[in-house]
Design a protein around this ligand. Structure first.
Ligand code: AMP
Length: 223
């Protein structure tokens, strides 16, 4: 079977990062998160990081040309032909069109987009409890895992922190940005018959398994 290439589409707080970690292990694909790459660039103080920082803090999108370049460079790396899973890219129609051109140029199978459906109330609840490890990047939730700032990361002992864009004002802005700029991608991939829709509001382990089964069954149909 051809390699599996996936796009996770969903509002902030849908669980893209968490489920991506599971799908990466189960499918043996490379997990590519533009958000993680940008946060790394900010932490390292690179030119890209300096340009991206203010947009990220405000919960706005980093300009298309910067993110497209980042994704293009990453997808051209040697580990990508086994299959990949994009988490947080594309987020605009311009990015989706650029991705399609990159995939053609690299002669990769076209990606399947997964539309992760969740209510706004649940998104707000989840984001207000999100905690992350600064060292290994594992995502926790205060309500679910009872892990908070000041506790050591159970995975690696690293420092637990709250992302600056998980503050309430930034969360509201990110949701507006998602509705305005990213939601149109659902139609875009639907029109190409490259979309599956999965309800992601249930328990994490069950949702992960459900996502995996949905991807596998669509992949078999596509051959
Ligand atoms: P995420 O971790 O995916 O929620 O991304 C965190 C932040 O990084 C977003 O709120 C944006 O500011 C920026 N970002 C990540 N991916 C993209 C993208 N594809 N296009 C524009 N900005 C992005």
């Amino acid at each position: 079977m051809a390699s599996t290439n996936l796009i996770l589409l969903g509002p902030p707080g849908a669980g893209k990062g968490t489920h991506a970690q599971y799908l990466e292990r189960e499918l043996g694909v490379v997990h590519i998160s533009t958000g993680d790459m940008l946060r790394e660039a900010v932490a390292e103080g690179t030119a890209l990081g300096n340009k991206a920082q203010e947009y990220m803090k405000a919960g706005q999108l980093v300009p298309d040309e910067l993110v497209i370049e980042l994704a293009k460079e990453r997808l051209g790396k040697r580990d990508c032909p086994v299959g990949w899973l994009l988490d947080g890219f594309p987020r605009t129609i311009a990015q989706a069109e650029a991705l399609s051109a990159i995939v053609d140029e690299l002669q990769m199978p076209s990606p399947l987009a997964v539309n992760m459906v969740i209510s706004e109330a649940e998104v707000v609840r989840r984001l207000s409890g999100r905690r992350m490890c600064r060292n290994c990047g594992t995502i926790f939730n205060l309500h679910r895992d009872n892990i908070d700032v000041g506790d050591p990361c159970p995975t690696c002992g690293g420092e637990i922190y709250i992302r600056s864009d998980d503050r309430p004002e930034a969360v509201r802005e990110r949701l507006r940005v998602y509705q305005r700029q990213t939601e149109p991608l659902i139609d875009y991939y639907q029109q190409q018959a490259q979309l599956i829709t999965v309800d992601v509001e249930g328990k994490q382990e069950e949702v992960s398994q459900h996502l995996l089964a949905a991807v596998r069954s669509k992949d078999v149909k596509r051959g």
